[in-house]
Every structure is written in structure tokens, then in C-alpha cells.
Write a protein that binds this ligand. Structure first.
Ligand code: 3PG
Length: 208
């Protein structure tokens, strides 16, 4: 269930987690992030324009646009219809995963504990989101999962910054990290796409 999700996670060290309030920001934001070297974009379904933003961003050459904060089968259907190429969820339920599998939407489902990781692994998810990464113990907690569960790889998300990302990216069970720091709200509101491109370039050059 995870082959495409793993491929996507290997495209860049960082997946920007995007909260888009203004539809007009979608295209220039995607262009800036892709130009800066971050092709994989997660648009969270937390704002009224999120689905239209996915539609607009999916047209940007070089981008791989997914939908985040998927909670329900209805979210999966809407994300797929908007053109999302993958989905991300903070946790996982059977209803959510059933819907994603039925619609062929590759998923990066969230887990925070060994039991949650094992439950996803039983369904074949060998690539998972580790969430909320910093709050549940950070890189030491994630590193600890590698010993008993070496077959599972992660995209940790939640509280990750340019400063703490390298520690995660050095772990054997981390493919990439997710974070909102590359698209700060104030830079988006100012239309400062050059600043966001610079943040993307810094993030894209993080070693793995
Ligand atoms: C989220 O769900 O908002 C992501 O985990 C991003 O978290 P961050 O804002 O701490 O990077």
C-alpha cells in the first residue's frame, strides 16, 4: 500500500505543509516551492479554498500535489476529484484507509505509537507519517521505533524546523520530514514568493 508514498517521500527532504487562506496564493506559492527544489506539496484541507488550491497547484509543472488533514471518506473523494496525487492524515481509521484504497489515492497515514505503527503495517503501510513528532518525543522516539520495526519508514511532522530537521533526516527510518516553516503565513500574505523560494532552497539542501 506504500510503494507510491515512499517514492514521493524520496523526491525531496522536506514536504511543505501548507495552509492556504487565499486562492490567489496557490499558484505562485507552488511555483516558488518547486523552483526552490521542493516538488512535493501538501495542501491541508483546513480552509475553505483548500480543494480549489489543490486544483490550481496541480497545474504547476514539476509539482506533486497532495491533500493533507484527510479525516473522512468524503475528504478522500474530494481530494481525489481535485487532483490530489497523494493523501496525508494525522492518524488513521479503517474507514479512511478503505476509502483511499478504493479510490487509488496513495496515503501517508499518521501514527504516533508502536501499536499504531503495527496496525498500519498489518494493512501493508510500510511508509507512515510520524505525528506529532516533536510532541511525542521527537527524534529519539522515532529512532527507538527503528529497532523493533525496521521495515517501516517515516515522514515525521509536527514541530519540525530547519534547525531540528537534520537530526530526523539522519535516522535510518526517516525518508523525509514535513513542516509548515517553509511557507510562513506572513510571507504568503505579503506575496513574498522570493522569500519562500529561499526558504525552500534551504530546506531542499538539507542532507539525507
Ligand atoms: C500540521 O499538521 O500542521 C503539520 O504537522 C505541520 O506542523 P508544523 O506546523 O509544526 O510544521
Amino acid at each position: 500500500a506504500s510503494a507510491r508514498a515512499a517514492e514521493i517521500c524520496r523526491l525531496a527532504p522536506v514536504i511543505p505543509v501548507l495552509v492556504i487562506d487565499d486562492l490567489a496564493h496557490a499558484r505562485p506559492l507552488a511555483e516558488a516551492l518547486v523552483a526552490g527544489g521542493l516538488p512535493v506539496l501538501e495542501v491541508t484541507l483546513r480552509t475553505p479554498v483548500a480543494l480549489d488550491a489543490i486544483r490550481a497547484m496541480a497545474a504547476v509543472p514539476g509539482g506533486v500535489v497532495g491533500a493533507g488533514t484527510l479525516l473522512t471518506p468524503e475528504d478522500v473523494a474530494a481530494a481525489k476529484e481535485a487532483g490530489a496525487q497523494f493523501g496525508v492524515s494525522p492518524g488513521a481509521t479503517d474507514r479512511l484507509l478503505d476509502a483511499a484504497e478504493a479510490r487509488g489515492l496513495p496515503m501517508l497515514p499518521g501514527a504516533a505509537t508502536a501499536s499504531e505503527v503495527m496496525t498500519l503495517l498489518e494493512r501493508g503501510y510500510t511508509t507512515q507519517k510520524f505525528f506529532p513528532a516533536e510532541a511525542v518525543g521527537g527524534a529519539p522516539a522515532l529512532r527507538s521505533l527503528a529497532s523493533p520495526l525496521p521495515q517501516v519508514s517515516f515522514c515525521p511532522t509536527g514541530g519540525i524546523t530547519l534547525a531540528n530537521a537534520p537530526t530526523y533526516l539522519s535516522l535510518p527510518n526517516t525518508l523525509c520530514v514535513g513542516g509548515s516553516w517553509v511557507a510562513p503565513k506572513d510571507r504568503m500574505q505579503a506575496g513574498d514568493w522570493a522569500a519562500i523560494e529561499t526558504l525552500a532552497r534551504e530546506a531542499a539542501s538539507l542532507p539525507r
